[in-house]
Write a protein that binds this ligand. Structure first.
Ligand SMILES: [Zn+2]
Length: 308
């Protein structure tokens, strides 16, 4: 690990004690979006992610123990494989703060400005450098940030609502359409107090895509942004998963990583938090390191020194 600080819980309402599983949630569930798009999504049910896997890995990293088959049941059955679907190799991110709750930011923390600044720090730093192991993915770029007050977010929203919201913003030119290579990721951030419904009412974040005029629109959303650390933790989780698996067909856990239905993405098996350049982020699975990681500058340099 690097010099970044690990903290346990940045304001997220994670359950205690952890349950003895590490799978992603909402596994295998599908829904139809209004435009008949094939909908295939990854999802984070962050409140139930305090599974044993991440905690076990952290202990091993801190003690410098080397992986030993069978030393810790379950820990070394985690594997992620590339299923060949699209990835966002050079993600172009637009942040959209959804709803008229947001401008009343006098006493509201975190403000969109704070979240955007933290997000910018996150993508500009070394955090995403660990994704290069997955098809040579490059760091994301933050292209824009806007507060949308013409639409009011409501609790109980689902992916179809987010896609409709995005369609309106795209039609109105609030955000540009996807870039020619379709590396664009629209990231919708909801105000505190607005929670998801549909088939994932306990999720604080998710990502998905839909088809608009023949183009696939990749999007993520993050709710429960009641603290800056919580907002960036959720955002980082969805960001790395959107990048490595925007359509549910790319970097995924291999059996038995996810148990049961076999659906999980690289942040779903990592529950610990790191702070990089002052920004709280979720660790994510490094298949190369066989561990949950959050690359900081120190670990990036060290890895580079080791050669290929
Ligand atoms: Zn996830």
């Amino acid at each position: 690990m690097g010099a970044h600080k690990s903290i346990s819980n940045p304001g997220l309402r994670l359950p205690a004690p952890p349950r003895a599983h590490s799978r992603a949630d909402g596994v295998g569930r599908r829904m139809r979006l209004p435009n008949q798009a094939q909908s295939h999504r990854a999802r984070a049910r962050l409140r139930k992610l305090a599974a044993s896997m991440g905690l076990v890995v952290v202990v091993l990293l801190n003690t410098g123990a080397s992986p030993t088959e069978g030393a810790i049941p379950g820990a070394w059955t985690t594997h992620f494989v590339d299923n060949g679907g699209p990835v966002l190799r050079t993600a172009q991110v637009y942040l959209l703060y959804w709803g008229s709750h947001w401008p009343a930011t006098g006493a509201y923390v975190p403000t969109p400005h704070q979240i955007t600044a933290a997000f910018q720090t996150l993508v500009a730093g070394p955090y995403l450098s660990g994704l290069a192991q997955y098809r040579d993915i490059r760091p994301a770029v933050l292209r824009g940030s806007t507060v949308v007050t013409t639409s009011r977010a409501h609790s109980g929203f689902d992916d179809a609502d987010v896609s409709e919201f995005l369609n309106v913003q795209l039609d109105a030119g609030v955000v540009p359409g996807p870039d020619p290579a379709n590396q664009t990721l629209y990231f919708v951030i909801l105000p505190v107090g607005i929670s998801a419904g549909g088939y994932r009412p306990k999720f604080d974040g998710g990502h998905d895509y839909y088809t608009r005029r023949g183009q696939r629109i990749h999007f993520a959303w993050a709710a429960d942004s009641g603290s800056l650390d919580g907002a960036t933790w959720i955002a980082s989780h969805e960001l790395v998963e959107s990048i490595t698996d925007p359509e549910g067909t790319a970097i995924l856990g291999a059996s038995p990583t996810c148990e049961q239905s076999g659906w999980c993405e690289i942040a779903d098996v990592c529950t610990d938090t790191s702070t990089i350049n002052g920004v709280a982020v979720s660790n994510y699975w490094s298949e190369r390191a066989r561990a949950c990681v959050a690359p900081d500058l120190a670990s990036t340099i060290r890895r580079g020194d080791e050669g290929p």
